[in-house]
Design a binder for this molecule. Structure first.
Ligand SMILES: N[C@H](CCC[C@H](N)C(=O)O)C(=O)O
Length: 278
């Protein structure tokens, strides 16, 4: 395999798993083919996303944070990955923490290692304008009617630095994730495709969520998806400022004061093993 000897760390955030590579002290060329090869669960290491740690390109940031889906595509946000990124750079002596500033292709982020292990991420301001998502709609509304496979579905749409569509369901365990996820992910009204969340509202402070991720399929957790679900739920008046989000792989705490304010996510980051490509 190309990149013989490449060092990597296998990590996960609530079962959303990552290959993390220090691209400051070693060379890795993130072509779609190279990413797909490492992400392959049978012939490679296996992951939902591959995360690169690169030098910051100037300005306030300490690092550049790059995210690639298992399908090889580079994207602008990964919330679970951001928590693992913070844990990685401190554990590998690249930063002292607790506060770490990163730049991504969709903008700056601030990460903070809490003393007892969790990581708090400032995920930025949710963007609801269709053009910012991007989503093909004449104007921003609280919800949109989406025609999928001959049926109409009511969705919310928002960007957390990556595009999200969220549907409200009565019971996530019964949600048609496998059927609707791929159809909405590739829906023509989302020109860059979209992550698809299925949200069950348990109370104004507690939701259950499953996410069919763009470029990766259903994952055990999606950090930006949890943020998107809370942003949309709060915009609809269903949720309060602090919401516990239960995903298949575990729980995140999301806080959002509302329109125009940054949204914050707190949760775990776990290192599984260190490895080298043979
Ligand atoms: N599939 C996402 C990237 C990873 C997001 C997710 N793993 C998270 O924790 O936010 C996208 O294509 O925008």
């Amino acid at each position: 395999m190309e990149h013989k000897g490449l060092r990597f760390t296998k990590m996960h955030g609530l079962g959303n798993d990552f290959v993390v590579i220090d691209a400051i002290n070693q060379h890795f060329d993130p072509t779609p083919e190279n990413v797909r090869r490492l992400a392959d669960r049978h012939r490679g290491i296996g992951c939902d996303q591959l995360l690169l740690v690169e030098p910051a390109e100037g300005g306030e940031a300490d690092f550049r944070y790059r995210i690639f889906n298992a399908d090889g595509g580079e994207v602008g946000q990964c919330g679970n990955g951001a928590r693992c990124f913070a844990r990685f750079v401190v554990d590998h002596g690249l930063a002292s923490g607790p506060e770490i500033r990163v730049e991504t292709i969709s903008g700056p982020m601030r990460l903070r290692l809490e003393p007892d292990g969790p990581v708090c991420v400032d995920m930025g301001v949710p963007r609801f304008e269709p053009a910012e998502i991007p989503f093909d709609a004449p104007a921003r509304t609280k919800s949109y009617a989406l025609e999928v496979g001959g049926e109409q579905y009511e969705i919310g749409a928002v960007s957390m630095g990556n595009p999200h569509a969220v549907l409200r369901v009565d019971d996530v365990d019964e949600a048609p994730v496998a059927r609707l996820g791929p159809l909405i992910e590739a829906h023509p009204r989302f020109p860059q495709r979209v992550n698809v969340g299925f949200m069950q509202i348990v109370s104004p402070r507690h939701v259950r969520l499953r996410v069919f991720e763009r470029g990766a399929g259903e994952t055990q957790a999606c950090g930006s998806g949890a943020c998107a679900a809370v942003a949309i739920g709060r915009d609809r008046g269903w949720l309060e400022e602090a919401v516990a989000v239960d995903l298949t792989g575990g729980g995140l705490m999301i806080r959002w004061e509302g329109e125009g304010k940054s949204l914050r996510m707190t949760g775990p980051a776990t290192t599984v093993y260190e490895g080298r490509v043979a």
